[in-house]
Design a protein around this ligand. Structure first.
Ligand SMILES: C[S@@+](CC[C@H](N)C(=O)[O-])C[C@H]1O[C@@H](n2cnc3c(N)ncnc32)[C@H](O)[C@@H]1O
Length: 267
Protein backbone atom coordinates (compact mmCIF):
# COMPACT_ATOMS: atom_id res chain seq x y z
CA UNK A 1 0.00 0.00 0.00
CA UNK A 2 2.66 2.49 -1.07
CA UNK A 3 0.09 5.14 -1.91
CA UNK A 4 -1.15 5.32 1.68
CA UNK A 5 2.35 5.46 3.18
CA UNK A 6 3.20 8.51 1.08
CA UNK A 7 -0.25 10.04 1.61
CA UNK A 8 0.07 10.99 5.28
CA UNK A 9 3.28 12.83 4.34
CA UNK A 10 1.78 14.65 1.36
CA UNK A 11 2.34 18.44 1.45
CA UNK A 12 4.66 18.23 4.47
CA UNK A 13 7.85 20.33 4.81
CA UNK A 14 9.78 18.07 2.45
CA UNK A 15 7.10 18.20 -0.26
CA UNK A 16 6.77 21.99 0.02
CA UNK A 17 10.55 22.44 -0.30
CA UNK A 18 10.90 19.88 -3.11
CA UNK A 19 8.00 21.22 -5.17
CA UNK A 20 8.91 24.89 -4.66
CA UNK A 21 12.46 24.25 -5.93
CA UNK A 22 11.37 21.91 -8.73
CA UNK A 23 8.80 24.45 -9.96
CA UNK A 24 11.49 27.17 -10.06
CA UNK A 25 14.05 24.95 -11.80
CA UNK A 26 11.60 23.77 -14.46
CA UNK A 27 10.32 27.33 -15.09
CA UNK A 28 13.91 28.54 -15.45
CA UNK A 29 14.97 25.73 -17.82
CA UNK A 30 11.75 26.06 -19.84
CA UNK A 31 12.42 29.79 -20.35
CA UNK A 32 16.16 29.47 -21.06
CA UNK A 33 17.40 26.25 -22.72
CA UNK A 34 13.97 24.57 -23.18
CA UNK A 35 12.98 21.07 -22.03
CA UNK A 36 12.09 18.44 -24.65
CA UNK A 37 11.48 15.51 -22.26
CA UNK A 38 10.64 15.36 -18.57
CA UNK A 39 11.08 11.99 -16.85
CA UNK A 40 10.16 11.04 -13.26
CA UNK A 41 11.50 7.87 -11.67
CA UNK A 42 9.06 7.82 -8.70
CA UNK A 43 5.93 9.69 -9.71
CA UNK A 44 3.13 9.14 -7.21
CA UNK A 45 -0.49 10.07 -8.00
CA UNK A 46 0.04 13.66 -9.15
CA UNK A 47 -2.84 15.20 -7.15
CA UNK A 48 -3.86 14.63 -3.52
CA UNK A 49 -6.98 15.44 -1.51
CA UNK A 50 -5.81 16.80 1.86
CA UNK A 51 -9.37 16.41 3.13
CA UNK A 52 -9.37 12.64 2.49
CA UNK A 53 -5.90 12.34 4.02
CA UNK A 54 -7.20 14.06 7.18
CA UNK A 55 -10.18 11.69 7.28
CA UNK A 56 -7.78 8.71 7.43
CA UNK A 57 -5.02 10.20 9.56
CA UNK A 58 -5.40 12.11 12.82
CA UNK A 59 -2.20 14.11 12.45
CA UNK A 60 -1.47 14.48 8.76
CA UNK A 61 1.81 16.22 8.04
CA UNK A 62 0.29 18.81 5.66
CA UNK A 63 -0.91 20.78 8.70
CA UNK A 64 2.73 21.56 9.55
CA UNK A 65 3.62 22.05 5.90
CA UNK A 66 1.45 23.63 3.22
CA UNK A 67 -1.12 24.88 5.77
CA UNK A 68 1.51 26.94 7.63
CA UNK A 69 3.05 28.20 4.41
CA UNK A 70 -0.29 29.30 2.93
CA UNK A 71 -0.93 31.41 6.06
CA UNK A 72 2.21 33.51 5.52
CA UNK A 73 1.70 36.87 3.77
CA UNK A 74 3.92 37.27 0.71
CA UNK A 75 4.47 33.56 0.17
CA UNK A 76 2.77 33.99 -3.22
CA UNK A 77 6.06 35.50 -4.40
CA UNK A 78 7.34 31.92 -4.57
CA UNK A 79 5.85 30.70 -7.85
CA UNK A 80 4.97 27.18 -6.68
CA UNK A 81 2.87 28.47 -3.79
CA UNK A 82 1.10 30.97 -6.08
CA UNK A 83 0.33 28.01 -8.40
CA UNK A 84 -0.73 25.68 -5.55
CA UNK A 85 -3.04 28.27 -3.97
CA UNK A 86 -5.92 27.57 -6.35
CA UNK A 87 -5.78 23.85 -5.49
CA UNK A 88 -5.41 24.50 -1.77
CA UNK A 89 -8.02 27.22 -1.28
CA UNK A 90 -10.75 25.84 -3.55
CA UNK A 91 -10.80 22.13 -2.70
CA UNK A 92 -8.03 21.56 -0.16
CA UNK A 93 -6.06 19.68 -2.81
CA UNK A 94 -2.29 19.53 -3.32
CA UNK A 95 -0.53 19.10 -6.69
CA UNK A 96 2.40 16.66 -6.86
CA UNK A 97 5.40 16.87 -9.18
CA UNK A 98 3.87 15.16 -12.27
CA UNK A 99 1.00 17.66 -12.27
CA UNK A 100 3.14 20.76 -11.81
CA UNK A 101 5.59 19.55 -14.48
CA UNK A 102 2.91 18.82 -17.09
CA UNK A 103 1.17 22.13 -16.45
CA UNK A 104 4.41 24.11 -16.72
CA UNK A 105 6.05 22.33 -19.65
CA UNK A 106 3.18 22.20 -22.13
CA UNK A 107 5.36 21.51 -25.17
CA UNK A 108 7.46 18.69 -23.64
CA UNK A 109 6.92 14.91 -23.70
CA UNK A 110 6.72 13.00 -20.41
CA UNK A 111 7.63 9.59 -18.99
CA UNK A 112 6.36 8.74 -15.50
CA UNK A 113 7.55 5.60 -13.66
CA UNK A 114 5.32 4.31 -10.86
CA UNK A 115 5.53 0.75 -9.55
CA UNK A 116 2.21 0.73 -7.66
CA UNK A 117 -0.53 -0.06 -10.15
CA UNK A 118 -3.26 1.67 -8.16
CA UNK A 119 -1.20 4.87 -7.83
CA UNK A 120 -0.32 4.72 -11.54
CA UNK A 121 -4.04 4.58 -12.40
CA UNK A 122 -4.68 7.61 -10.18
CA UNK A 123 -1.86 9.45 -11.96
CA UNK A 124 -3.24 8.55 -15.37
CA UNK A 125 -6.66 9.85 -14.27
CA UNK A 126 -5.11 13.11 -13.02
CA UNK A 127 -3.41 13.66 -16.41
CA UNK A 128 -6.61 13.32 -18.45
CA UNK A 129 -6.39 16.98 -19.47
CA UNK A 130 -3.32 16.09 -21.57
CA UNK A 131 -2.94 14.73 -25.08
CA UNK A 132 -2.36 10.97 -24.40
CA UNK A 133 0.41 10.92 -27.02
CA UNK A 134 2.47 13.35 -24.95
CA UNK A 135 2.84 11.22 -21.83
CA UNK A 136 3.61 7.65 -20.89
CA UNK A 137 2.91 6.19 -17.43
CA UNK A 138 5.17 3.12 -17.04
CA UNK A 139 4.04 0.73 -14.31
CA UNK A 140 7.31 -0.87 -13.23
CA UNK A 141 10.32 -0.60 -10.94
CA UNK A 142 12.21 2.35 -12.41
CA UNK A 143 15.61 1.05 -11.17
CA UNK A 144 15.07 -1.93 -13.49
CA UNK A 145 14.81 0.41 -16.47
CA UNK A 146 18.60 1.04 -16.17
CA UNK A 147 18.41 4.44 -17.91
CA UNK A 148 14.90 5.67 -16.98
CA UNK A 149 14.07 5.66 -20.69
CA UNK A 150 16.61 8.41 -21.53
CA UNK A 151 17.41 8.25 -25.27
CA UNK A 152 20.35 9.77 -27.22
CA UNK A 153 17.87 11.50 -29.59
CA UNK A 154 16.19 13.52 -26.80
CA UNK A 155 17.04 17.19 -27.41
CA UNK A 156 17.06 18.34 -23.75
CA UNK A 157 15.89 15.75 -21.23
CA UNK A 158 15.38 16.42 -17.51
CA UNK A 159 15.12 13.53 -15.04
CA UNK A 160 13.67 13.96 -11.54
CA UNK A 161 14.59 11.23 -9.03
CA UNK A 162 12.49 11.25 -5.85
CA UNK A 163 12.60 7.76 -4.29
CA UNK A 164 11.39 6.74 -0.79
CA UNK A 165 15.07 6.03 0.17
CA UNK A 166 14.42 2.49 1.33
CA UNK A 167 17.45 0.20 1.53
CA UNK A 168 16.84 -1.21 -1.97
CA UNK A 169 16.80 2.32 -3.46
CA UNK A 170 20.53 2.75 -2.76
CA UNK A 171 21.59 -0.37 -4.63
CA UNK A 172 21.25 0.80 -8.24
CA UNK A 173 21.05 4.59 -7.83
CA UNK A 174 24.60 5.49 -8.91
CA UNK A 175 24.74 2.92 -11.71
CA UNK A 176 21.39 4.06 -13.17
CA UNK A 177 22.51 7.71 -13.07
CA UNK A 178 25.76 6.87 -14.86
CA UNK A 179 23.96 4.81 -17.49
CA UNK A 180 21.45 7.63 -18.08
CA UNK A 181 24.26 10.17 -18.60
CA UNK A 182 25.94 7.70 -20.96
CA UNK A 183 22.75 7.66 -23.03
CA UNK A 184 22.59 11.46 -23.32
CA UNK A 185 25.25 13.86 -22.03
CA UNK A 186 22.83 16.83 -22.10
CA UNK A 187 20.66 15.17 -19.45
CA UNK A 188 19.98 17.32 -16.38
CA UNK A 189 19.21 15.29 -13.25
CA UNK A 190 17.32 16.70 -10.27
CA UNK A 191 17.42 14.69 -7.02
CA UNK A 192 15.50 15.13 -3.78
CA UNK A 193 16.87 13.49 -0.61
CA UNK A 194 16.02 13.45 3.10
CA UNK A 195 18.39 14.83 5.76
CA UNK A 196 18.43 12.81 8.99
CA UNK A 197 20.09 13.38 12.33
CA UNK A 198 23.83 12.57 12.33
CA UNK A 199 23.47 9.01 13.59
CA UNK A 200 21.38 7.99 10.62
CA UNK A 201 22.68 10.26 7.93
CA UNK A 202 25.82 8.30 7.05
CA UNK A 203 24.26 6.10 4.41
CA UNK A 204 22.74 9.09 2.61
CA UNK A 205 25.88 11.24 2.99
CA UNK A 206 28.10 8.47 1.58
CA UNK A 207 25.72 7.95 -1.27
CA UNK A 208 25.54 11.68 -2.07
CA UNK A 209 29.32 11.98 -1.95
CA UNK A 210 29.55 9.14 -4.45
CA UNK A 211 27.07 10.61 -6.91
CA UNK A 212 28.32 14.17 -6.55
CA UNK A 213 31.94 13.20 -7.03
CA UNK A 214 31.96 14.28 -10.66
CA UNK A 215 33.40 17.24 -12.53
CA UNK A 216 30.04 18.23 -13.93
CA UNK A 217 28.36 21.49 -12.84
CA UNK A 218 25.97 21.10 -9.95
CA UNK A 219 23.76 23.05 -7.53
CA UNK A 220 22.87 21.92 -3.97
CA UNK A 221 20.33 23.14 -1.40
CA UNK A 222 19.07 22.13 2.03
CA UNK A 223 16.01 23.08 4.03
CA UNK A 224 16.25 22.14 7.72
CA UNK A 225 13.10 22.38 9.84
CA UNK A 226 14.19 20.53 13.01
CA UNK A 227 17.16 21.00 15.33
CA UNK A 228 19.49 18.13 16.08
CA UNK A 229 18.25 17.73 19.67
CA UNK A 230 18.94 14.03 20.27
CA UNK A 231 21.61 12.60 17.96
CA UNK A 232 20.67 9.01 18.81
CA UNK A 233 17.15 9.44 17.43
CA UNK A 234 16.36 8.84 13.78
CA UNK A 235 14.83 12.28 13.27
CA UNK A 236 14.32 13.72 9.81
CA UNK A 237 15.74 17.22 10.14
CA UNK A 238 14.72 18.35 6.69
CA UNK A 239 15.64 17.58 3.13
CA UNK A 240 18.00 18.37 0.30
CA UNK A 241 17.80 19.07 -3.41
CA UNK A 242 20.55 18.57 -5.98
CA UNK A 243 20.80 19.53 -9.65
CA UNK A 244 23.41 17.69 -11.72
CA UNK A 245 24.86 18.85 -15.05
CA UNK A 246 23.55 22.43 -14.82
CA UNK A 247 24.54 25.61 -13.05
CA UNK A 248 23.38 29.22 -13.25
CA UNK A 249 24.08 32.02 -10.78
CA UNK A 250 20.66 33.70 -11.04
CA UNK A 251 18.83 30.39 -10.54
CA UNK A 252 21.19 29.59 -7.67
CA UNK A 253 20.26 32.87 -5.91
CA UNK A 254 16.53 32.21 -6.35
CA UNK A 255 16.77 28.63 -5.06
CA UNK A 256 18.84 29.70 -2.06
CA UNK A 257 16.31 32.40 -1.16
CA UNK A 258 13.36 29.96 -1.47
CA UNK A 259 15.14 27.35 0.69
CA UNK A 260 15.77 29.96 3.41
CA UNK A 261 12.19 31.28 3.33
CA UNK A 262 10.67 27.79 3.67
CA UNK A 263 13.09 26.86 6.43
CA UNK A 264 12.27 30.10 8.33
CA UNK A 265 8.51 29.56 8.01
CA UNK A 266 8.50 25.88 8.99
CA UNK A 267 11.29 25.72 11.57
C1 LIG B 1 7.37 10.08 -2.61
S1 LIG B 1 6.26 9.40 -3.76
C2 LIG B 1 6.48 10.40 -5.17
C3 LIG B 1 6.02 11.78 -5.07
C4 LIG B 1 6.17 12.59 -6.33
N1 LIG B 1 7.52 12.52 -6.91
C5 LIG B 1 5.84 14.01 -5.99
O1 LIG B 1 6.76 14.73 -5.56
O2 LIG B 1 4.68 14.40 -6.13
C6 LIG B 1 7.15 8.01 -4.28
C7 LIG B 1 6.38 7.11 -5.27
O3 LIG B 1 7.31 6.21 -5.84
C8 LIG B 1 6.70 4.95 -6.02
N2 LIG B 1 7.81 3.98 -6.06
C9 LIG B 1 8.51 3.45 -5.00
N3 LIG B 1 9.52 2.67 -5.45
C10 LIG B 1 9.46 2.71 -6.82
C11 LIG B 1 10.26 2.14 -7.86
N4 LIG B 1 11.29 1.35 -7.57
N5 LIG B 1 9.92 2.40 -9.15
C12 LIG B 1 8.87 3.20 -9.45
N6 LIG B 1 8.08 3.78 -8.51
C13 LIG B 1 8.38 3.55 -7.22
C14 LIG B 1 5.77 4.81 -4.83
O4 LIG B 1 4.70 3.93 -5.12
C15 LIG B 1 5.30 6.26 -4.62
O5 LIG B 1 4.07 6.48 -5.27
Amino acid sequence: MNHYVHQNKVANHADCFKHALLFEVLSHLHATIGISHYIESHSGAGLYSLQSISAKDKSPEWKNGIKKIMAVPGVQNISFFAYATAYFRQNLNYPGSPLLATQLLHDASFIFYENDEYVAQLLDGNLQFMNPEKYDVRICDSWQSDTFGVQPCMKQPVLFIDPPYKREDFKRFKECIEKSFNQNNKLIIVIWHPVFSKANQKEISDFLEAILDTNMPKLKYQCLVENESDVTKNTMLGSGFVILNYSDSELNGQLQAISETISNVLR
